[in-house]
Ligand binder design. Sequence first.
Ligand code: PMT
Length: 339
Amino acid sequence: MSSKLTVDRAQSESVQEAVVSSILSERKVIDPDTYFDDNKPPANLRWANGRVSEFVAQQPKERPIALVTSGGTTVPLENNTVRFVDNFSAGTRGSSSAEQFLASGYAVIYLYRDQSLQPFNRHYSHNPDGVLGYLDIVDGKVVVKPEWAEQMHRDLELFKRYKNANQLLMVSFTTLSDYLFLLREISLILAPLGPRAMLYLAAAVSDFFIPTHIMAEHKIQSGSGDLTLRMNQVPKFLRPLVKNWVPRCFIISFKLETDSELLAPKARHALEKYGHQIVIANLLHTRKWQVWLFTNSEPEPYLLQISKEDIENNRDIEHYLVVELARRHQEYISNSNQL
Ligand code: PMT
């Protein structure tokens, strides 16, 4: 497991060039506000506004609040959608982190892709027999199989505890458009909390989409042979989020790459471009064991990785990650109070 995230000078320059050319091509991207004018809001937007406002208003004043986004967005190919392009993310990072934020005393708004992993439920979705694979019938009664009983008991107890304490609110999305409308709505509700609110943007957000007005209305027919797709670039919503929606909140974005040479320059570039607090960089194939925290105040990234022993004991990297982030968030709150 390599923890090296540096590249030699020549490599670094070619990586920078790649980053710059992608920045140049971003100039052609549509304005984020236009996106909201041209796309339809999700059916649960009004419900989410009401529930999130109520949830936030009911929290004790000293309790920090985290918006955790999780799972991948889809982009439909047809208005009457039969086919869509999906973004990779199981929701492990988000669901495990949400559990850790709750354990650290946060109220959590969990904005997640419908059907992706959810806090306290996440260990029970991989059985080939579905939920029935965890159950048995003994003396005519349905019971949890003994090998699952202890963990399920623990998870159910925690889930109920946080729900009863009004510490956890779940809001779901499916498409890119659902996600963006909900993200903006929830951000604007959190904005007045300032430093007390954290945004932890772990969802995998599509970079390309087909605008509604040029999308096929009905199912694309296969009769005319191969399908060529041309997709527009999605505006980077981190810019309005940081600048306009939640300028005083504590914002953590993620940077996912598959090429290790691109990771550090792209993470640094995101920090410089958007000016938020932390970028967490991860590589697709090692994301469960190592992540790097980039900030504008530290010259080198902070490496967080878990040991073989952690892995054997089913201890997730999010356990350590969230403890570190909660500490930094507290510092941010204290520094903001002194201003
Ligand atoms: O769920 P798992 O299987 O555990 O996987 C976790 C993860 C790998 C998905 C997660 O750790 C992660 O890296 N999430 C971010 C993935 C992503 O969208 O990365 P990106 O490099 O494409 O985007 C960087 C940031 O810009 C993200 O915070 C994203 O929210 C934001 N973005 C992206 C596209 C867009 N149009 N607007 C944005 O603001």
